[in-house]
Structure formats: structure tokens, C-alpha cells
Design a binder for this molecule. Structure first.
Ligand code: ZN
Length: 157
């Protein structure tokens, strides 16, 4: 008795799964033609890609974005590796939306009270077709100044 009920239930599950796959397939055929996913290349975190930011100064970010499906938005989020610390999240559209090729160049203000430590940075690009590309990088927030040593040639203050 029990065995039969189980078999019937399994059968129903298969039917449901079948319908789900069928609707996905139908969706794909009826929707817009597929375009290649966006690409995020040569992400640079910090000047000279040193992966270091200092509280109270800004963090230089740069990446080349290629989006055949045209950029809809770019999301940047930074979070601490540990339980506590500074978090940042921002969605960029201005200057990027509608472009196929973009140079993502932004400077992020690191608050003076941002906790020192290891952080993680995620950059996500979504195109108008709904494709997503994500890249991530490590970031260290350490006390100190931006312009010491080899950097003072292009800063005059
Ligand atoms: Zn910069």
C-alpha cells in the first residue's frame, strides 16, 4: 500500500519537473535572442592594483567592461571578511547605462572610522538582457596615508 503511494508521489513529482523544464524552454524560445554575457576585465583595486585602502582617503577602482547586451547597471559592494567592519554598496547607472564598452573608474571614499582589516570587494554587471557577470577581489584597509614614498610625484598638496 505504502509503496504504491510512494510510487505515485514520485510520478507526480516527475510530471511537475517536466512541466517546469518545458516552461523554461518555452520562455527561452519566445524571449529575446540570447546575447553574450558581460565581461569584466583587468579589475584594478587601489592605485597600481595594490589592493590597499586607507581610512579617510579614497580607493581607486578601475575595470574594463564589455557588455554585448548593453549595460543596465553596475553594483559595487565591499564587506569585511570578519563579522564586523565597514560595508559599502552602491549601484551605478549614470555614465554606464546603455554602453557596450565602458571603463569603470570610480573613487570610493573610505570613512575615517572604517575598521582596519581584510575586506572583500564584489563588482557585478547586469546587462539589459538580464545576464550577469561578477568579479571579486581582496582589499586590505590599513591605517596610513596615500601619498608616501613613490607616489608623491603626481600629488602636490
Ligand atoms: Zn582612479
Amino acid at each position: 500500500m505504502n509503496n504504491i503511494t510512494n510510487k505515485r508521489n514520485k510520478f507526480l513529482v516527475y510530471i511537475l519537473l517536466g512541466f517546469t523544464f518545458f516552461s523554461w524552454a518555452a520562455c527561452d524560445k519566445g524571449g529575446t535572442p540570447t546575447v553574450d554575457k558581460p565581461l569584466i576585465e583587468s579589475l584594478e583595486v587601489g592605485h597600481d592594483n595594490d589592493g590597499i585602502a586607507h581610512p579617510g582617503s579614497d580607493l581607486h577602482l578601475d575595470a574594463a567592461i564589455l557588455a554585448p547586451g548593453v549595460i543596465a547597471r553596475i553594483t559595487l559592494s565591499i564587506h569585511p571578511e570578519g563579522e564586523t567592519g565597514w560595508t559599502f554598496e552602491r549601484v551605478y547607472t549614470e555614465g554606464y547605462e546603455g554602453l557596450k564598452n565602458a571603463d569603470f573608474h570610480e573613487h570610493i571614499d573610505i570613512p575615517a572610522d572604517a575598521a582596519e582589516g581584510e575586506y572583500h570587494l564584489h563588482l557585478t554587471v547586469v546587462d539589459k538582457a538580464g545576464n550577469t557577470a561578477e568579479t571579486e577581489s581582496h582589499l586590505d584597509i590599513v591605517a596610513g596615508e596615500d601619498d608616501h614614498g613613490d607616489h608623491d610625484h603626481d600629488h602636490d598638496h
